[in-house]
Design a protein around this ligand. Sequence first.
Ligand SMILES: [Zn+2]
Ligand SMILES: [Zn+2]
Length: 161
Amino acid sequence: MAETMHCYRHPKRETRVSCATCGRPICTECMVATDVGIKCPDDARLPREARAGVMKSDQVAKSILAGLGVAVAGIPIVYVLFFLPFTWLISAAAGYGAGVLINRAGGRNGGPMAIVISVLATAIPFLVLLAPGLLASAPNLRPLIAMVLAVIAAGVANRQI
Ligand SMILES: [Zn+2]
Ligand SMILES: [Zn+2]
């Protein structure tokens, strides 16, 4: 039998549960159920880097779905974008927005997988619209730079902080 412990936050409360990370005893009120077991409130709200880049398969699936959505929705957006002033600025903002969207779909984990999905999802609308121009004799640099900025912003949105 495990000996009775006392919650480190409530010394008068007995408990047999301890934090999966630090091992301190915690009472039922203090314990927080996480993906990796029961934790104390301190460890449960660890900074994001502790779990960054670790996506569960359903989060990966959601990220990819969000990426597809961004890719499809991005085509008309990018199409309009080329006619607007400040194309580069708006591209970067749109790319960042797309990256954040995909980051959230993936449980805000970020990491390499989210970056790859975001970068691809952001690049697809540009590539679809620019492909005919790229095959032409003299590709226009302006939309290409817009694409690069959007892609970088999408990746930055998913960096591991
Ligand atoms: Zn702990
Ligand atoms: Zn407690």
